[in-house]
Design a protein around this ligand. Structure first.
Ligand SMILES: Cc1cc2nc3c(=O)[nH]c(=O)nc-3n(C[C@H](O)[C@H](O)[C@H](O)COP(=O)(O)OP(=O)(O)OC[C@H]3O[C@@H](n4cnc5c(N)ncnc54)[C@H](O)[C@@H]3O)c2cc1C
Length: 391
């Protein structure tokens, strides 16, 4: 099974590809190399991408979007990641959070936050779940007493007062809207005692700490946020009291973000390895003509083709199955990671000594790929989450 892309979807893909080739590729390496991670956020590119409609793609038509479905988002994300995954992921993050507000937001939340989001070309969004002592405990979770989200939200009049620390969250200090996971009932396990809030990033009491100095995805910075008596209107709670996790698990259950990201990165790695093999002469002929090299390239191509087939098959099931099998997106995430590792190892082997040089164009792709291997939780945990779903 596979989705059949419409002319409109392909036109969006071409628009994204042209923009990334023309505007992002020429500047990506320089931005990525800036020593201070604070300087790596590509704000100007975000603004330009917004002006051609990509940032707001997931919004309903009345807010200027096209209500992009999962297949459209995956197609564009894959295409953009072939050039620069960090900038691509900023767009994807905007689609993700706007989708949350569309699907779970109240009328008031939609009117306020979607309008603000649509009107400001620099408006991006963050999801704040992870904390210094709560990473995997939020993802699996074992629901151990006291484990998981510790940032508290305590009701006070018509507000909740937030106190605590978040870390590793993408785009914080650059975003204008934070989707914050907070404990509203510390006596219950994390899944049953956590709510989520839409929090304007400039509310009094919010301060930003370190921007983490990551090895990859440098154009998609992560950082720390501190909440000290931050008063958030109760009407900004999204998804119901103590229902934060359930709401978002349901919305994100069909996410194709990770496989689409890795498919783009792997395709770019393959192209570099193949071009090298066609140009490098050893034994009197291009190394691609040596069978041992040819079969390595064939293995890379096979892994990519399989990932792509699985991605579009999952997209088809998302659109057509009333009872979508959540295992499919988890398998897709795990297989995408395996596919990346295979492409990396074989690609480096094809390139020989040239592969190890800092100026090898594959170097940034490797750093980016390694950086997101545990996106949405590590693969060990993803496997553990699949086990209860096995028939
Ligand atoms: C590039 C990047 C982007 C990110 N973006 C965001 C974001 O936007 N928002 C956000 O909230 N977070 C984000 N994170 C955080 C990410 O979700 C966490 O890093 C991830 O959940 C793992 O948590 P941890 O780093 O605390 O690892 P730990 O929880 O310390 O895990 C360490 C190891 O122990 C294993 N482990 C832990 N608990 C168990 C268990 N119960 N059973 C078996 N094995 C276990 C894990 O699998 C892992 O191998 C991001 C991280 C990175 C690097």
């Amino acid at each position: 099974m596979s989705v059949q892309f419409t002319a409109e979807q392909l036109a969006w893909r071409d628009l994204a590809r042209d923009f990334f080739e023309r505007e992002v590729r020429p500047v990506a390496a320089e931005i990525d190399a800036r020593p201070d991670p604070q300087d790596c956020y590509p704000g100007e590119l975000v603004e330009k991408l917004s002006k051609i409609g990509l940032r707001t793609l997931a919004l309903p038509k009345q807010y200027g979007g096209i209500n992009a479905d999962a297949a459209t988002k995956a197609l564009l994300l894959m295409t953009m990641c072939e050039v620069e995954a960090g900038t691509a992921k900023i767009m994807s993050q905007c689609w993700k959070v706007s989708q949350v507000i569309v699907e779970a937001g109240t009328d008031l939340q939609q009117e306020k936050f979607l309008r603000e989001f649509a009107a400001d070309h620099r408006y991006t969004t963050s999801i704040l779940m992870t904390e210094p002592n709560a990473g995997s405990d939020n993802i699996l979770p074992y629901n151990a007493p006291g484990a998981g989200v510790a940032l508290t939200a305590i009701p006070d009049g018509d507000c909740y007062v937030l106190n605590g620390t978040k870390c590793l969250n993408s785009l914080v200090s650059f975003s204008k809207l934070l989707l914050v996971y907070a404990r509203t009932d510390p006596s219950r396990p994390v899944r049953q005692g956590t709510s989520t809030f839409l929090v304007p990033a400039d509310l009094p009491g919010i301060t930003y700490g370190e921007v983490h100095d990551k090895m990859g995805f440098r154009l998609y910075p992560n950082g720390e946020t501190f909440f000290a008596d931050v008063r958030v209107p109760a009407e900004y709670m999204i998804g119901g009291l103590n229902a934060g996790f359930d709401t978002f698990s349901q919305i994100f259950r069909g996410s194709l973000e990770i496989p689409a990201t890795y498919l783009g990165i792997c395709k770019a790695m393959y192209r570099i390895a193949l071009d090298h093999a066609k140009g490098r002469i050893q034994g009197g002929k291009p190394i691609v003509e040596h069978q041992a090299v040819g079969t390595m390239l064939a293995e890379i191509a096979m892994a990519i083709d399989t990932l792509e087939g699985y991605l579009w098959d999952t997209a088809w099931h998302l659109q057509n199955d009333r009872q979508f099998d959540a295992k499919k997106t988890r398998f897709g995430k795990m297989f995408a990671a395996d596919c990346f590792v295979k492409c990396m190892v074989l690609g480096l082997e094809v390139m020989g000594g040239a592969g190890i040089m800092r100026d090898n164009p594959m170097e940034k792709l490797i750093r980016d790929g390694l950086t997101f291997l545990h996106g949405d939780g590590t693969n060990s945990l993803t496997k553990l989450r699949v086990v209860p779903l096995l028939a």
